[in-house]
Design a protein around this ligand. Structure first.
Ligand code: NAD
Ligand code: GLY
Length: 366
């Protein structure tokens, strides 16, 4: 049987529009796809990490060479710790040493860490050069590679330094997911469950099917990219509140991730705890019913994601970090709640005390 046709998802952002190619066997098409957008550019940096590089960099580099490009490989250590200012300085210096100029471009090959770091380096190198995202984790394919949020962490605060910089092309090759370790596979479903909860609860059944080892992964990933695309198209720079809905579960999730120490909990694992907290607060403050709350928590559990906050994470430390959140103002925080599954909104009623109550709640086993 011939392979199914590749149907891209279009991200319509006027002059910053691009396509996301989603399907199997796409890495080998990198050069050809890049030439559709960047035919006049030759030199590029392929930024990857120490896990992904040995698996996929050569295929991408060869495809770029075959298309007449001159790729230079830059590899950083795998893991969240590489999403730092120090590591961006190393990458930028290597880009300069390799002779990249304003007519060059970047290819970010890896998970969300590489996408955020590579995109950030592209955003600031010589005041901005184009970049291509080749996401290789579930999380980066359904979320971080689309939308143009790039950046790095400060020791105490996630994503505190960054820039909006849309990629010119995204290539989501589903085949790359086959080498993901179980834990990294599972963490991606935290963002998928988030998308379902805020926008499309009809996805719950498809997510269940995937947990059962059935289901159509390409369709689920494509649907998630479309959800993210629609939100980004409505509010590219997060100024009217629509894009902020993507932060469901992230306020406490980010604080827990930083409080744990980057790399201890995977991003999706921290978000899983944040999702339970936000779903519970929604039952207390915005009328989410208990069954809908349980549906979210049970789906997270199906992917072996943590839903119970351990003793080792102190409320004081999590709250100290949460207060530095960009959305916190005078003890009040803009916080995403659900009225019901698929109906999220940005509340201004959430106070510090509510967050502390939510942290107490998620310490209880479920
Ligand atoms: P990651 O990039 O660290 O990847 C997870 C692990 O999987 C790493 O060890 C990596 O080396 C490995 N890996 C990646 N692809 C692989 C493959 N195909 N086979 C084998 N191993 C592979 O993390 P992630 O979960 O992809 O992304 C998390 C990051 O994304 C966080 O920093 C988070 O803040 C960020 N994020 C950004 C946005 C955004 O809009 N920019 C959205 C969501 C999350
Ligand atoms: N992941 C949140 C956003 O892209 O806005």
């Amino acid at each position: 049987m011939p392979p199914p046709p590749i149907r891209p998802v279009f991200i319509n952002l006027g002059p910053r529009s691009y396509v996301v190619q989603v399907g199997k066997g796409l890495l080998a098409t990198t050069g050809e796809e890049v030439n559709k957008k960047l035919a006049d550019r030759t030199r590029c940096a392929v930024i990857t990490d120490s896990n992904v590089g040995p698996l996929y960099a050569e295929k991408v580099m060869q495809s770029l060479r075959d298309a007449g490009k001159e790729p230079h490989l830059i590899t950083v250590p795998a893991g969240e710790a590489s999403k730092s200012l120090i590591s961006s300085e190393t990458v930028l210096s290597e880009m300069a040493k390799a002779g990249l100029d304003r007519k060059s471009f970047v290819v970010a090959l890896g998970g969300g860490v590489i996408g955020d770091l590579g995109g950030f380096c592209a955003a600031i190198y010589q005041r901005g050069i184009p970049y291509v995202q080749i996401p290789t984790t579930v999380l980066s394919q359904v979320d971080s590679s689309v939308g143009g949020k790039t950046g790095v962490n400060l020791p105490d605060a996630k994503n505190m330094v960054g820039a909006f910089h849309q990629p010119v092309l995204v290539i989501a090759d589903i085949d790359t997911l086959s080498s993901l370790p179980k834990r990294e596979w599972n963490e991606g479903f935290a963002e998928i469950i988030k998308h379902a909860a805020i926008k499309d609860p009809s996805l719950y059944a498809q997510i269940d099917a995937i947990a059962d080892g059935k289901g159509d992964l390409v369709a689920v990933i494509r649907r998630n990219i479309s959800i993210k695309a629609a939100i980004v198209e409505a509010d590219e720079f997060e100024t009217i509140g629509t894009r902020a809905l993507l932060n469901f579960g992230h306020t406490l999730g980010h604080a827990i991730e930083a409080a744990a120490g980057y790399g201890k909990l995977l991003h999706g694992e921290a978000i899983s705890l944040g999702l339970r907290a936000a779903a519970w607060l929604s039952t207390q403050m915005s009328g989410l019913n208990a069954q809908e709350h349980d549906r979210i928590v049970n789906l997270l559990k199906r992917f072996e994601l943590p839903v119970t906050l351990g003793e080792e994470f102190s409320t004081e430390e999590i709250m100290r970090i949460a207060r530095m959140d960009k959305k916190f103002e005078k003890g009040r925080i803009r916080f995403v709640l659900l009225k019901k599954a698929g109906e999220a909104y940005l509340s201004k009623d959430v106070l510090e005390g509510h967050l502390i109550n939510a942290l107490d709640e998620i310490r209880k086993p479920v």
